[in-house]
Design a protein around this ligand. Structure first.
Ligand code: CA
Length: 226
């Protein structure tokens, strides 16, 4: 079941879709103007918005742009215009999918489920495992041999980035730009300091590494103990 917001000014279409989507188990709120739809979207935080492009007070594309400025809620556009340019425009403006009228409630429901499924995959990235290290990017937690690691946000980002490149040498330049988002030319020292803190939390030293291997003059490699 999803919490949906239907923004549609046509009474017949709105009534039909409200009934059909509720019968399919969704909780559905409805608005018949763009401004009411925008307010409802912000107040009720639906899982997904179904947006008609032809609205009385504002063009649906304009509403889409306003909505996108303040919310990442998935949007399926319902359009009577089957012109390709219009469809490309709404997808560029941030719509997740579209349907050309007339469509059935079953088609809309299938698109809704597909868009929500894609969203769920995006928000639940896979856990990374390197030896006894287990890194959960969704929960932003990491364990070593089953014991939780108490990492600062930066240490977590550093460990996570190295784990996505496990077995490869990652340069400090790359870490600065990917983890610290510092443009080329930042200080390597920052990386060294955080690496030494991370080492301590992993219970190892630069002299006797288990996971964090310094490759002199090149960078750092995360790999499981042999
Ligand atoms: Ca309309």
């Amino acid at each position: 079941m999803a919490h949906l917001l239907l923004i549609e000014d046509d009474v017949a279409i709105r009534t039909h879709l409200l009934k059909a989507l509720r019968e399919r188990g969704h909780a559905v709120a409805a608005s018949h103007t763009a401004m009411d739809g925008l307010q409802t979207a912000l107040a009720e935080r639906p899982d997904l918005v179904v947006l008609d492009l032809g609205l009385p007070d504002l063009d649906g594309r304009e509403l889409l742009r306003m909505l996108r400025a303040v919310s990442a809620v998935p949007v399926i556009v319902a359009t009577a215009r089957d012109d390709e340019t219009g469809i490309v425009q709404v997808l560029d403006a941030g719509a997740d999918d579209y349907l050309v009228k007339p469509f059935t409630a079953a088609q809309l429901d299938a698109r809704i489920r597909a868009v929500l499924r894609r969203g769920a995959e995006r928000t639940e990235p896979a856990a990374l495992v390197v030896g006894g290290l287990h890194i959960d990017p969704g929960a932003r937690t990491a364990t070593l041999d089953g014991a939780g690691l108490d990492l600062t946000p930066r240490e977590f980002d550093l460990l996570h980035h190295l784990a996505t490149r496990a077995g490869q040498v990652v340069t400090k330049r790359e870490l600065l730009s990917e983890v610290w988002q510092v443009p080329y030319g930042g200080a390597d020292k920052t990386v060294d300091v955080h690496l030494s803190w991370l080492r301590r939390k992993l219970g190892e030293t630069a002299q006797q590494p288990r996971y964090l291997h310094t490759v002199r003059g090149v960078g750092i490699r995360l790999s499981g103990p042999a």
